[in-house]
Design a protein around this ligand. Structure first.
Ligand code: NAD
Ligand code: IPM
Ligand code: MN
Length: 352
């Protein structure tokens, strides 16, 4: 049976980096069917919504979905519910991809591109497991209201249920077992009720089912500091939606660039995963052909591994990226001069 990968190129550098995924897929997995839909600001411009119902239905019927990026200044004034970013949140929710795997891996060839000293990042291999369909991103009530005295008041709700915490924690513990067997659970249980519940649920699940895994609780602010002090102390980092968003951008820079970090958003087994570079549409460089396509290409690598059951092709692609970097292929963000297309060329030529 043929498998289908739905591409959602999106806005800004999104189409530039997903075009390189297209080329890699054509070479590596010619039997994989690629489909494509509008997403984000482009979709809003054409269809009046950041993602159409038809695109969501197509995503749910695909074997995997790979997006580029959405958003940009052009849509800053659009009403909240129709903003590109809301299309992304809606898609994550519709696909029920509650566990976002964000691996921060420092390729040996790139250790000098990191903002930290080589000795601090050499061999770095950490995995964020970010809760993706709950928390303050989705909590109700939220809004901006006008108070009787004329002031305005903006509010959001951070909320987690036991089952939401448990299912994402389970993913973190399972992953740790196949890695270095260590989970750091990050929250602010010292000030937040949802953080306290998070700590209790993780502790309880660990005691019942994962006592063989090393578990440490760490306050999220301390974790931010530890990430730039000694990042290699971590293996799996389990976080809520917001802390995971913020901390994974910081971790990306440890690896050299935001343009290096892929992600996999997963739900229950058998459902399609959503694969996303963690970077955005990069309006400052969009259209210049200089974006780093490796986060998108490595997101495809994750799709091959986690949704398409093609570990051999995933291994080949990973090795090709490593080899391209080893012979000095570099876009601007990691200290080189290659264009997006030339970096795609370098990966293709390493694929052989
Ligand atoms: P951004 O990630 O787009 O860019 C941050 C910085 O990193 C910029 O200087 C950019 O040039 C650089 N950068 C990002 N990706 C790069 C790549 N592949 N190669 C080289 N350099 C790269 O974040 P931002 O500027 O804060 O956000 C811009 C827009 O993107 C906003 O509308 C935001 O909501 C959206 N956004 C979307 C996603 C997504 O679609 N998954 C993720 C983050 C931000
Ligand atoms: C990310 C992005 C998204 C998020 C935005 C664009 C909705 O920053 O995937 O990291 O905050 O989850
Ligand atoms: Mn982010």
């Amino acid at each position: 049976m043929t498998q289908t990968l739905l591409l959602l190129p999106g806005d800004g550098i999104g189409p530039e980096v997903t075009a390189q995924v297209r080329r890699v897929a054509a070479a590596l997995t010619p039997d994989l069917t690629l489909d494509e839909r509008d997403f984000g600001g482009v979709s809003y411009d054409r269809h009046g919504v950041p993602i159409t119902d038809e695109a969501v239905t197509t995503a749910l019927a695909s074997d995997a979905v790979l997006m580029g990026a959405v958003g940009g200044p052009k849509w800053a004034g659009v009403e909240r519910g129709k903003r590109p970013e809301m299309g992304l949140l809606g898609l994550r929710k519709a696909m029920d991809v509650y566990a976002n795997l964000r691996p921060a891996l420092c390729f040996d060839a790139l250790a000098d591109a990191s903002s930290l000293k080589r000795e601090l990042v050499a061999g770095l291999d950490i995995m964020f497991v970010r809760e993706l369909t709950g928390g303050v991103y989705f909590g109700q009530p939220r809004g901006i209201e006008t108070l009787p005295d004329g002031q305005r008041r903006g509010f959001d709700t951070q909320v987690y249920t036991t089952s939401e915490i448990e299912r994402v924690s389970r993913v973190a513990f399972e992953l740790a077992r196949g890695r270095r067997n260590k989970v750091h659970s990050l929250e602010k249980s010292n000030v937040m009720e949802s953080g306290l519940l998070w700590r209790e649920v993780v502790t309880d699940l660990h005691r019942r089912e994962y006592a063989d895994v090393q578990l440490e609780h760490m306050l999220a602010d301390n974790a931010a500091m530890q990430l730039v002090r000694q990042p290699t102390q971590f293996d799996v980092l389990l976080t809520d939606n917001l802390f995971g968003d913020v901390l994974s951008d910081a971790a990306a820079q440890l690896t050299g660039s935001l343009g290096m970090l892929p992600s996999a958003a997963l739900g229950e087994a058998g459902r399609p995963g959503l694969y996303e570079p963690i970077h955005g549409s990069a309006p400052d460089i969009a259209g210049q052909g200089v974006a780093n396509p490796l986060a998108a290409i490595l997101s495809f690598e994750m799709a091959l591994r986690w949704s398409l059951d093609r570990p051999a092709e995933a291994d080949r692609l990973f090795a090709a990226v490593e080899a391209a970097l080893a012979v000095g292929a570099r876009t601007r963000d990691i200290g080189g001069t290659l264009s997006t297309v030339e970096m795609g060329d370098a990966v293709l030529s390493a694929l052989g």
